[in-house]
Ligand binder design. Structure first.
Ligand SMILES: *Cc1c(COP(=O)(O)O)cnc(C)c1O
Length: 350
C-alpha cells in the first residue's frame, strides 16, 4: 500500500481506558446510562432494521429544528461530532493550508487538519484560560478553519458571549469558525454564549453538538451541526448518504424529548460537582471550575503514575499527558456512589 505522504503525520486517537472490572470515569459518558425513552424507541425499531435509514434525516432534523427554533436547512447530522469535524476539513481544507485551535484541547481538530495535509496552529492555555484575541493572531490568508472548543475539553473552562462575539466580528470571512459545544448543555454560567442564535448573524459560524454526553448515547454515534444554510449545503457534499443509522435516528428523537432523564442527568452532575470540588481540594489537588460533566485537576506530580495506580485499584480516569498537561488528570462526574468510590481510591494513592 502506498500511503499518501502527509498521512504519516496523522496522530492516532488515544481513547479513555476501559478495564474489565474497573469503574470507568474516563470518557465523560452519562453515569445514568442511556435515556430510557431512547431505549424504548430502539426496541420498537428492531423489526424494521432491514430497511435503509432515512438518508435525509427528516424526522430528526425537524425535531432538532423545533427544539432550537431554527429551520431544518440549518442542520447537518454526523456519525458523532467527530465525523462532522472531519467534514469541515474535507470540505474546506487543502494541502498546504492551515487551521487554528487551542493547544490543550480535543485532539480531533489536529487529526482532521492533518488528514487533509494541512497544518494546525495552536494557542496555548495561559493564566487559567484561552484567549481568542491571541488565536486571531495566528490567522492568515491560508487559514481555513478555526476550531473553538467551548467549554473546553479537558480544562472545563469556557469563553463567554462577549469573547465569542468579539472573535466573530474580527475573524476574516474566509475562515470557518467551528464552535464545538459537546458539553454546552451542562454549562451553568449566565454569560455562556447563545451561539445557535448567533449563526443567524454570522454566515461563517458552525456550532457542533452531540448526543454522546448529556443524552447518554455515545455508543450509537450522533452529532449535529448548526449553521447558515450555505455552510450546511457545502458540508452536505462530503457526507455519505447513510452516515447516521436508523437506530440513532429513532433513539435521538426520543432522547431529545426525555425531559425527566435530562433533568436527572443535570441534577446528578451538579450534586457530583458540589461533592468533588471540596473533596479534591482537601487532599491538595488544584482544580479549575468546570462548565461540563468532568473536572480537571492538577496533582502536582506525574499524572500517568496516578492513573495506573487508580486503575489497579478499580477506577479509570484520564491522565492529561497527551493533552500537554503531564501533572493533571480529568475525571468524569459520576453518581454520588461513584464519586465517593473514586475519592476513596484517590486518597489511597496520594
Ligand atoms: C466527547 C466530545 C465530542 C463528541 O464526540 P462524538 O463524536 O459526538 O461522540 C466532541 N468534542 C469534544 C470536545 C468532546 O469532548
Amino acid at each position: 500500500m502506498n500511503l499518501k505522504k502527509y498521512l504519516h503525520n496523522v496522530p492516532l486517537y488515544v481513547p479513555g481506558v476501559k478495564k474489565e472490572g474497573a469503574l470507568k470515569m474516563a470518557s465523560n459518558e452519562n453515569p445514568l446510562g442511556p435515556s430510557p425513552a431512547a431505549l424504548n424507541a430502539l426496541r420498537a425499531l428492531l423489526p424494521s432494521l432491514h430497511m435503509y435509514p432515512d438518508g435525509a434525516n427528516k424526522e430528526l432534523k425537524e425535531a432538532l429544528a423545533h427544539r432550537y427554533s431554527i429551520v431544518p436547512e440549518q442542520l447537518i447530522l454526523g456519525n458523532g461530532s467527530d465525523e462532522l469535524l472531519q467534514f469541515t476539513a474535507l470540505a474546506c481544507l487543502s494541502p498546504g493550508e492551515n487551521t487554528v485551535a487551542f493547544k490543550q484541547t480535543f485532539s480531533i481538530y489536529e487529526t482532521a487538519t492533518k488528514l487533509m495535509g494541512g497544518t494546525i496552529r495552536q494557542q496555548p492555555f495561559n493564566n487559567g484560560n484561552f484567549s481568542l484575541d491571541a488565536m486571531l493572531q495566528h490567522i492568515d490568508a491560508s487559514t481555513r478553519i478555526a476550531f473553538v472548543c467551548n467549554p473546553n475539553n479537558p480544562t472545563g473552562t469556557y469563553l463567554n458571549e462577549a469573547a465569542i462575539k468579539r472573535f466573530m466580528d474580527a475573524v476574516p470571512a474566509h475562515v470557518l469558525v467551528v464552535i464545538d459545544e459537546a458539553y454546552a448543555e451542562y454549562a451553568t454560567a449566565d454569560d455562556f454564549p447563545d451561539t445557535i442564535k448567533m449563526t443567524a448573524r454570522y454566515p461563517n459560524m458552525l456550532v457542533l453538538r452531540t448526543f454522546s454526553k448529556l443524552y447518554g448515547l455515545a455508543g450509537l454515534r450522533l452529532g449535529y451541526g448548526i449553521a447558515s444554510p450555505d455552510i450546511i449545503q457545502g458540508l452536505e457534499r462530503v457526507r455519505m448518504p447513510f452516515n447516521t443509522n436508523a437506530a440513532i435516528q429513532a433513539a435521538a428523537v426520543a432522547a431529545l424529548n426525555d425531559t425527566t432523564f435530562i433533568a436527572q442527568s443535570l441534577q446528578v452532575n451538579e450534586t457530583g460537582k458540589a461533592y468533588l470540588y471540596p473533596a479534591l481540594k482537601k487532599i491538595g489537588m488544584q482544580t479549575i471550575p468546570t462548565q461540563t460533566n468532568f473536572i480537571y485537576f492538577d496533582a502536582g506530580r506525574n499524572a500517568q503514575e496516578i492513573f495506573v495506580k487508580l486503575m489497579d485499584l478499580g477506577v479509570t480516569i484520564r491522565p492529561l499527558t497527551s493533552f500537554g498537561f503531564p501533572q493533571s488528570l480529568r475525571v468524569t462526574v459520576g453518581t454520588p456512589e461513584q464519586n465517593e468510590f473514586f475519592m476513596t481510591l484517590l486518597e489511597k494513592v496520594v
